[in-house]
Design a protein around this ligand. Structure first.
Ligand SMILES: Cc1cc2nc3c(=O)[nH]c(=O)nc-3n(C[C@H](O)[C@H](O)[C@H](O)COP(=O)(O)OP(=O)(O)OC[C@H]3O[C@@H](n4cnc5c(N)ncnc54)[C@H](O)[C@@H]3O)c2cc1C
Length: 304
């Protein structure tokens, strides 16, 4: 995917579809999945809040059960598709302050009490809207509960395993597009009487970028295989792949910009956009520091 921001928004939408498919009732699956698959309906994932990102289980948006359904009050931050999507999958508190007090509900666009902040101004991912999503006594039917009450945090984390692979795949595609452009450019650009691809120092840079991207691709596929096959260590592999692939992809894209010289910095060549777009892949769906935390904890648990 040459445009990482479109691919990555799709990734978040797909993550929501996966959660409904795996954990939702038959009615929810029948209602949402066909049109989500055809992209007639777009759904956003609402976990992050202004006061809690990495520490997602500290979320405070509350859903009070009433005779009419769940009444939601609270704010979600940085929501991809906020103000644009047809529905929002919301992680909210129905019980105590622990992760077991969190549930997942769907709120449809147009619901009374649902509103949005202004569209955020960002470094990259400019063709997808990001906004706060606000709930003010926002009533959604109990039929919109995904799975069971109190299991929402588990569902949200399960969704993220696959989401992290998608985010990685988008980063890999962006970096590959940058490398492809760079190979062509280096054959055309001349310095000191020859094309710059004839300098051995730069050929070595190309060799390193190709090697690192191939290693990232193979690792990503292994993590995807683990997830597909429900391997016990799938979560650890998804975290390792997300950290490694998104760091590698950003570094490759940034090196490609360098190999374009001053032209790499100009919008016309399309490289600076890829660099700007890929930067956020190291931050969202769990920062790369949080990926290290997951891997470190898994290692200690395996050691016993
Ligand atoms: C463009 C964009 C789109 C997004 N889309 C969505 C979306 O659709 N849905 C959604 O729910 N969220 C979304 N997010 C939010 C994103 O997932 C969070 O920004 C991210 O999880 C980090 O949370 P935070 O910004 O609160 O940073 P913080 O949690 O405040 O972290 C700040 C820094 O501290 C580090 N840190 C925190 N805790 C630890 C620790 N224990 N050990 C080591 N380091 C730590 C972090 O790695 C980071 O470097 C989006 C963000 C962006 C920028």
């Amino acid at each position: 995917m040459a445009c990482p921001s479109v691919g990555s928004f799709l990734s978040i939408h797909n993550m929501c579809g996966g959660m409904i498919d795996k954990f939702g009732s038959d009615d929810l699956r029948a209602k949402w999945l066909p049109k989500m698959c055809s992209m007639e309906t777009v759904v956003s994932y609402c976990l992050t809040e202004p006061g809690s990102g990495s520490d997602a289980a500290a979320l405070r948006t509350r859903a009070q059960r009433t005779n009419e359904g769940y009444s939601l009050t609270g704010n979600k931050a940085f929501i991809s598709g906020g103000g644009y999507s047809d529905a929002y999958i919301v992680m909210c508190r129905t019980g105590d302050d622990s992760p077991k007090g969190i549930s997942t509900v769907i709120v449809e666009d147009g619901t009374k009490g649902l509103s949005f902040g202004v569209r955020e101004r960002k470094m990259g991912w400019l063709n997808q809207p990001t906004a706060q999503v606000q709930f003010d006594d926002c009533l959604t039917s109990t039929d919109n509960l995904v799975g069971e009450e109190g299991k929402g945090f588990t569902y949200a984390m399960a969704g993220l395993d696959g989401g992290r692979l998608n985010i990685s795949a988008g980063a890999l595609g962006g970096a590959q597009a940058a490398l492809d452009k760079t190979l062509i450019y280096m054959g055309e650009r001349k310095a000191f009487g020859k094309s710059i691809d004839q300098f051995q120092a730069l050929q070595f840079r190309l060799a390193d970028m190709e090697t690192e991207l191939q290693a990232a691709r193979i690792f990503l596929r292994q993590a995807a295989w683990k997830l597909d096959n429900q391997a016990a260590d799938a979560t650890k592999y998804c975290a390792m792949a997300k950290r490694f692939v998104t760091d590698t992809a950003f570094k490759v894209a940034n090196d490609c910009l360098q190999l374009h010289g001053g032209y790499g910095y100009l919008a016309d060549y399309g490289i600076e956009k890829i660099v700007r777009d890929l930067r956020v892949h190291q931050i969202l769906e769990g920062t790369n520091e949080i990926m290290r935390l997951i891997v470190g904890r898994a290692l200690l648990a395996e050691r016993g």
